[in-house]
Design a protein around this ligand. Sequence first.
Ligand SMILES: Nc1ncnc2c1ncn2[C@@H]1O[C@H](COP(=O)(O)OP(=O)(O)OP(=O)(O)O)[C@@H](O)[C@H]1O
Ligand SMILES: [Mg+2]
Length: 258
Amino acid sequence: MTATLETTAQSTVDVAVELTGVRKVFGHGSSAVVALDGVDLKVEPGEFVCLLGASGCGKSTLLNIVAGLDGATSGELRLTTSRPAVMFQEPALMPWLTAQRNVELALRFAGVGRPARKRRALELLELVRLGDVADKRPHELSGGMRQRVALARALASTTVSADGAPALLLMDEPFAALDAITRDVLQSELVRVWETTNTAIIFVTHDVREAVRLGQRVVLLSSRPGRVVREWDVTDSSDEVLDEINTELREVISGHAS
Ligand SMILES: Nc1ncnc2c1ncn2[C@@H]1O[C@H](COP(=O)(O)OP(=O)(O)OP(=O)(O)O)[C@@H](O)[C@H]1O
Ligand SMILES: [Mg+2]
């Protein structure tokens, strides 16, 4: 099977990411697992899309393909953004570096010079309301604060090498390990940051309420092999939409279990 994977860099674009007929198979022969099959998904520059689906339906696989961490078996990926930034469930900070240095590191990898790095890292920490703990190390911060440092670091890698190309942030259940109150605070932070940075976001979650609260669009994937089964515009979402998504998700999950 041949993969026709294309990555294009353009400055004037109507799309941040476009996946067409993306298929991903892990392994070979009788032990092969078809994780994704025929995924079509388009995300516009600056759009906030939430991805929902049963456990094991291929959400992380999809995100990894868009991030360039894994390749599709076949299909087409069109990416018009600068290198996507990724944020996972665990903040994965360097424990020996301060919050500021952790953010600076992402800027250093992107080739930003020292004085600009320091300035930008502080700006980003202020954006996530951590300007006053910039010199603390991860163990001195709470779990929610560490996730905010990870968010600042992810934003650092989305905004630097931009060159006029739209930025893209990929988030794989970034708040799943946090308590409800901290999660609530970080959801607000994320929306505020998204509004000020115009970064396109693909956000994976199991939580329908979170998806509806954060996203402009909610995309539901089928059970394995994952493919887009339904989408909702949730910019002005009501309780009915929430119920509808919950019902469909439940159907997808029970289909998976049977
Ligand atoms: N590196 C790999 N090698 C083999 N199989 C894999 C690999 N990565 C994922 N899979 C399989 O692909 C399928 C999709 O996995 P994936 O992690 O994308 O699901 P997910 O939707 O993110 O699940 P969850 O909601 O539990 O995080 C699963 O059946 C998984 O076992
Ligand atoms: Mg996953």
